[in-house]
Design a protein around this ligand. Structure first.
Ligand SMILES: [Zn+2]
Length: 140
């Protein structure tokens, strides 16, 4: 059985009922000979992880096609230079010229605002959350 291959696995040791295999990723793993011969086991487990990662990417791409780049709403927000929060901008009230903050998002090329916040932090935490819940496509 030595040097037999199944997917990413190469047999390096025949242990009787089981086989010690070297995976392409560098890990060794012990698999049941029956499963190996049936082609049920093709990696140390890393193949499954890669597949899950690809599925995640595909989901992400689907969302992007919906018109919204979801990565824009991740917590690792690039900070906006003027307010310190992405998707938050400053403005002044018309009459009293007081400083206020508004949150905004772009969905399908349209901009939506939620105004009237006293701090950028509030606009980001409350305003953006409100906008995302109201205007972003619902998660399937
Ligand atoms: Zn592996």
């Amino acid at each position: 059985m030595i040097n037999h291959k199944s997917g990413r696995l190469t047999v390096i040791n025949d242990l009787g009922d089981t086989l010690e295999c070297l995976c392409d990723c560098g890990k060794t793993t012990v698999v049941n000979k029956k499963y190996f011969n049936a082609g049920d086991v093709k990696s140390c487990g890393c193949l499954k992880k890669d597949t899950e990662y690809i599925n995640l990417r595909e989901k992400f791409e689907e969302k992007r096609v919906d018109g919204v780049a979801m990565h824009l709403f991740s917590d690792k927000a690039r900070k906006d230079s003027s307010t310190g929060y992405r998707g938050v901008s400053k403005y002044y009230t018309r009459k009293s010229k007081e400083l206020r903050y508004r949150a905004w998002i772009t969905v399908d090329g349209k901009k939506y605002y939620k105004s009237g916040f006293l701090t950028a932090e509030q606009a980001y935490n409350v305003g953006r959350k409100y906008l995302e819940e109201k205007y972003l496509p619902k998660q399937k």
